[in-house]
Write a protein of this length. Structure first.
Ligand code: AMP
Length: 333
């Protein structure tokens, strides 16, 4: 059996939102039975925002709970915490030697972070794509289930892997590519009418898997709309288009078609539209919400999963690091 290897992770900077779920985690749960999968909680990446020790620990636990609640099966896959595998940090160091300032500064996500957080432009932020490359290359993965926002990072991971191969004249790391079961990589919009759903995009923009029905109803009712279409088949402004995109993700085709038709006839009532959207979001997140509450209190189970995952992930990572060290020239006398 020669199964391809899959790696993907989520930063432990807060609860999972439906963007994380539909962009990445849902694909993980589908891939786990077909591929050799490694799913991790990116707590090293989370350090760029300087969390307190309590917050860091609490968030790692929360993401672990939510991964499991989404259906990731620790028996079928390897689920681990990034900081439990020090070989990743070692590979990150090696890859950093061949990652250049210019290309790192040009990364879209780095430029966004500099714009949104000019007081905390640290080296970890700049080399974020190198750490991500190390996460993937450490298991020699070829498939990475991620949302559209990660496409450029995957390209950088290929660049760093290929550069290593050329430098040491060895076809060692395979090329990793972003993967989705959908036609295109997914970008789930937020509720603020502007861009993607994200943890750091401001209050009310994201709907979390752990949100109660009341919170979801409140958030969706506050989503940005306008005064309605003024001509038939009018092109939708971004905020309205985003809500339709969300409906496409969580609602049935009939529901979506009904509201599309209402919009095209200029008969749409945004109140009804948003009520339906909220109810469908509640319905799709309900099973996960229930499981989150069940799993969160089972500390013994969580500890067992994390330990078992760390062992399996280290086993794979140690094999790679041993070979990488050899290629670089760290050899015994
Ligand atoms: P992050 O929350 O930034 O650590 O992202 C973790 C994973 O969720 C990555 O695979 C992202 O591509 C994916 N993701 C985050 N936000 C979205 C979104 N709004 N739409 C689609 N995928 C997303």
């Amino acid at each position: 059996m020669n199964k391809e290897t899959v790696v993907s992770g989520i930063r432990s900077t807060g609860n999972l939102h439906i963007g994380n779920y539909y962009g990445a985690v849902k694909s993980f749960t589908q891939m786990q039975h077909e591929y050799d999968c490694f799913f991790f909680i990116a707590d090293l990446h989370a350090l760029t925002t300087h969390p307190t020790p309590q917050d860091l620990h609490g968030n790692v636990k929360q993401v672990l709970v939510e991964y499991l609640a989404c259906g990731i099966d620790p028996e079928a896959t390897t689920i681990y915490i990034q900081s439990d595998v020090p070989e990743i940090a070692e590979l990150y160091l090696y890859l950093n030697m061949n990652a250049y300032m210019g290309e790192l500064e040009r990364s879209t996500s780095f430029k966004d972070k500099v714009r949104s957080n000019p007081d905390n432009v640290n080296a970890g932020l700049l080399t974020y794509p190198v750490l991500m490359a190390a996460d993937i290359l450490i298991h020699k993965a070829t498939k990475v289930p991620v949302g559209k926002d990660q496409e450029q990072h995957l390209e950088m991971a290929r660049t760093f892997g290929n550069r290593f191969n050329r430098m040491y004249n060895h076809d060692y790391f395979p090329e990793p590519y972003a993967f989705t079961y959908a036609k295109n990589l997914v970008k789930v919009p937020g509720l603020d009418g502007k861009g993607k759903m994200g943890k750091s995009e401001g209050e009310g923009n994201a709907v979390y898997l752990s949100d109660t029905p009341e919170i979801i109803r409140k958030k969706v009712s506050r989503a940005v709309t306008d005064s309605g279409p003024t001509s038939e088949f009018q092109e939708k402004p971004e905020a309205i288009q985003n809500l339709f995109e969300l409906m496409k993700i969580v609602s049935s085709e009939d529901t979506l078609n009904h509201f599309e038709e209402q919009y095209n006839k200029m008969a749409i009532r945004y109140g009804d539209f948003k009520k339906q959207l909220a109810e469908d979001m509640i319905l799709t997140t309900e099973p996960m919400r229930v499981r989150i509450n069940e799993i969160a209190s089972d500390t013994d189970y969580l500890s067992k999963v994390a330990k078992q995952g760390a062992l399996k992930a280290r086993d794979s990572a140690q094999k790679t690091i041993k070979e990488v060290r050899e290629l670089i020239g760290f050899r015994a006398f």
